[in-house]
Design a protein around this ligand. Sequence first.
Ligand code: ADP
Length: 262
Amino acid sequence: AQEALRQSQKMEAVGQLTGGIAHDFNNMLAVVIGSLDLLSRRMGSEDARSRRYVDAAADGARRAAVLTQRLLAFSRQQPLQPETIDINRLVANMSDLLRHSLGTDVRLETVLAGGLWRTHVDPNQLENVILNLGVNARDAMPGGGRLTIETQNGHLDMRYATAHIGVPAGQYVVIAVTDTGTGMPPEVIAKAFDPFFTTKQVGKGTGLGLSQVYGFVKQSGGHVKIYSEPGEGTTVKIYLPRLIGAADEVEAKIGSSEIPEG
Ligand code: ADP
């Protein structure tokens, strides 16, 4: 519990530091992007080459803005638009996009629980989170493999809550993302949620994927945990609080779908 406390204090401190910077950067980049877009529109087609330069600058600024938004997510300062959602449907709707980003060597399998509870979170952010996990899984399986996304009704008990600072015991909708990739040694797991921590080559990783996941989940009142065995694979489990309401169960598609390899 001592270690858990240290870890959560560290994440708080790093979040506050990066949040301030990201917030200012985000505003400045909005000015840059807006001005470049106006300039590009004004230039029309007379000066095609100059216009290409301006558009390239705007593209770069947009990529930078994506990074600052991931940092804002980590520091829990992003504006969220929560909705009551059926996670099974969200996952099912994402499967084409996911297959596309996984490439042909990775099989996607979804196992969607029947009678899944509802949750109240920002669907766009949740899609980003699942996409981030999919990209990490793909990168961990250079020779191909299987990505499984499973939904479940679950709960965290008092013992678990006591051992994990800031995690209330209770009922949660669980999304488990499992790959058959390289796995992560304990020292990588310990740092995986830190912003800018990456083991990937320069240009390949930003170290902000799992930071965004962490921030979104925390801001949504949930919990995220990594289970990994080097050489076996990794499971990232996301817990989102169950929404208790009149009709809190959704008609869920039961079973799994799979596409063949190749
Ligand atoms: P990035 O993907 O840009 O490196 P992340 O924050 O998403 O940043 O991940 C941080 C690090 O955690 C990765 O560089 C990698 O070492 C490790 N990691 C994340 N997901 C997985 C996974 N599914 N399998 C193996 N290692 C992983």
